[in-house]
Write a protein that binds this ligand. Structure first.
Ligand code: IYR
Length: 247
């Protein structure tokens, strides 16, 4: 990493006293030419359409095959998520992947224990009624069936070398954007997932996985092949005219 420009300045003088706080990235960070090639309009139109057609086939899947998926594919999927934009380039995410049956079962036990309480006590009648058509319940077979579980943690801050906190601006939004890219990468690879949000399981899973206090669990995504008999609800998506306003 490049050195800060005031490296040679009086070591006793604090940054605050001089010119205010030091930036987290090098203040003399180099700017380079954008790697970009303009495409022909027809090329763009064909790509935009075929990417839409690809993404329109993505479905949330709750029944997984236990067939293994090479870990290298998961690595590339997470590399892709790591390309997301983030507030002040803080990259406030950590992906914990669990692929061993023992740890997956421990995660399942924690999640099912909480989900049973969620469904029967915490969520309330309207929420559980709204979920009935989707046929979800507290049982989470996918947590032990899927070959890999990706736990998405958002880092609310990080610690600089001197022990002070680095602010992670928009960490919630940055991780949400990265998660969209993650889901897209999973689908693009030919695998399926489920954007599960285990309510009230964060602290127990963070402890089980040995993650630090600055990280909060946001999503748990099983990744794998669908079960042979996997079914999905026959949902329809809003047509363009219901999601686009052109002024
Ligand atoms: N986290 C629970 C409940 C749940 C909530 C919503 I909103 C869903 O779209 C689906 C499920 C569960 O995983 O069952």
């Amino acid at each position: 990493m490049a050195e800060l420009p005031d490296e040679d300045a009086d070591p006793d003088a604090s940054d605050e006293a001089d010119d205010g706080p030091a930036p987290s990235l090098p203040v003399d960070l180099e700017h380079v030419a954008l790697d970009y090639e303009r495409r022909a309009v027809e090329d763009m139109a064909a790509r935009a359409r075929s990417f839409y057609e690809l993404m329109d086939r993505r479905r949330t899947v709750r029944a997984f095959s236990s067939d293994d998926v090479p870990f290298g594919i998961v690595e590339d999927i997470i590399r892709t998520a790591g390309t997301a934009p983030s507030g002040a380039h803080t990259e406030p995410w950590m992906y914990v992947v669990v692929s061993t049956p023992e740890l997956k079962q421990q995660i399942r036990d924690i999640v099912e224990q909480e989900e049973l309480i969620n469904y029967t006590q915490r969520m309330g009648a309207q929420w559980t009624t709204d979920l009935k058509p989707l046929r979800t319940n507290w049982e989470k077979e996918y947590l032990s069936d899927a070959p890999h579980l990706i736990m998405v943690f958002k880092q609310q801050y990080s610690l600089k070398a001197d022990g002070t906190r680095r602010n992670h601006y928009y960490n919630e939004l940055s991780v949400a954007i990265a998660s969209g890219i993650l889901i897209t990468a999973i689908h693009n690879a030919g695998l399926v997932t489920l954007t599960s949000t285990p309510l009230n399981c964060g602290p127990a899973l963070r402890a089980l996985l040995g993650r630090p206090a600055n990280e909060k669990l946001t999503l748990l995504l099983p990744v794998g092949y669908p079960a042979d008999d996997a079914q999905v609800p026959d949902l329809k998506r809003k047509p363009l005219e219901d999601i686009l306003v052109r002024l």
